[in-house]
Design a binder for this molecule. Structure first.
Ligand code: NI
Length: 165
């Protein structure tokens, strides 16, 4: 197992749609182990493969019941609406109120090729949607209201270029 550096805003891997995983083999199981270790080390409640530079459809999370793995996830159901303060390991140091569905259901496969399904509201629903977005090449910035997003991007670009504080 290994801890990987987490890619941050500005890295193109975070903007790419991740590739489906096939087959689910030993390589994928090693990737999942590394992702879980990296997530706990960060620490974070979720991590998507592109965040360690691997453009594959895999995410891991721990919403309080131990580490869970979803490969080739499908977001099959959402309902309601909930605004909540949200951050991302790839945009460290920032939190914004983000509006998302209150409830989400995701299906997919685990690292042994077994079908899995996770559904819930509050933290679990939020993490499922956030990590699913990562695999579509989408950061939480794209969920911000246009004016808030513009200001956030200006701030981040300045910081990335070393012009801001
Ligand atoms: Ni994130």
């Amino acid at each position: 197992m290994a801890i990987f550096p987490i890619r941050t805003f500005g890295d193109p891997v975070l903007r790419a749609k991740a590739e489906p995983v096939d087959p689910i083999d030993e390589r994928v199981r090693r990737l999942v182990e590394d992702m879980i270790e990296t997530m706990y080390d960060a620490p974070g409640v979720g991590l998507a493969a592109p965040q360690i530079g691997v453009s594959k459809q895999v995410f891991v999370f721990d919403a309080g019941e131990g580490p869970k793995v979803v490969i080739n996830p499908m977001l099959v159901e959402t309902s309601g609406e909930w605004e909540f303060e949200e951050g991302c390991l790839s945009v460290p140091g920032y939190f914004w109120p983000i509006r998302r569905a209150a409830f989400a259901r995701v299906t997919g496969w685990d690292e042994h090729g077994r079908e899995v399904e996770y559904a819930g509201d509050e933290l679990l629903g939020r993490v499922l949607q956030h990590e699913y977005d990562h695999l579509q090449g989408m950061l939480l910035l794209e969920r911000l209201a246009p004016d808030v997003r513009k200001e956030a991007l200006r701030h981040l670009r300045e910081r990335t270029l070393g012009l801001g504080s």
